[in-house]
Ligand binder design. Sequence first.
Ligand code: SF4
Length: 275
Amino acid sequence: MRYQPALSVSRLNDFKQCPLKFRYRVIDRIPEPPSSAATKGTLVHSVLEHLFDLPAQDRTVHQATNLLEPQWAALVERDPEVQKLFEEESFSEWLDSARNLVRTYFNRENPTMLNPSRSNRERMITVELDSGIRFRGVIDRVDVAPSGDLRVVDYKTGKMPGPMYQNEALFQMRAYGLLLKYDQDKEPLQSQIIYLGSDSTLTYWTDANDSTQVEENIVGIWNQILDCLDQGQFPPRTSKLCDWCNFKDICPAFGGQEPPMSEEGVAKLRRVALT
Ligand code: SF4
């Protein structure tokens, strides 16, 4: 099947954070070097995904931490570049910190009591919203209760944000709820973000107005993206996150020179909307 461009939950967040960063990632597709923090996140997610391949009684801390090395080997096979991260940093220290995050997971949940099917782990959903926008997201885990009620679970290897920033984090979960509503005509009853970096969980109970509000929000952001496309300008928006941005060298807010925008990328992005 031909790959269809879609707006993803993560890229929406990029646009909200900084339109220029969105442009470099989505339109120009400028390659970014792997980072040890992001690679650790990928590894821990992989372990938690595969933990549920084991029979329930075998989902112990010991078995989970034993998955780290084979999952690391699989990650290297997919992207050998990640090994270069450890020319300067100690691999064993890095792996120990990933092991601690996996151990912390067991403070948050008892995986022997959960039974997510294969298709409900790292589940990619793409839908066509009524507004004509193709929208996509990858959900870490969807739990189905015996009553049929759904719960969406997302793992983060960082720390829980302070109360002022939690709405932003929950937007992602509400957007996953919208995807489930379109995909299986059912919204989750509850969403949880498990922050392994701070051994804490943020829980959200779906509100009856969520899907309408989230879709309005997505349409609003899409209209802002269209304005940027029409003006040929995605402005930089500085914040404390600029310190971790891979595009600082080509960001005019930091004295850099913007490269020309990819015409192919622009045409592809416009195909996200069907109308
Ligand atoms: S450095 Fe900051 S302002 Fe510039 S592109 Fe990155 S996030 Fe945007």
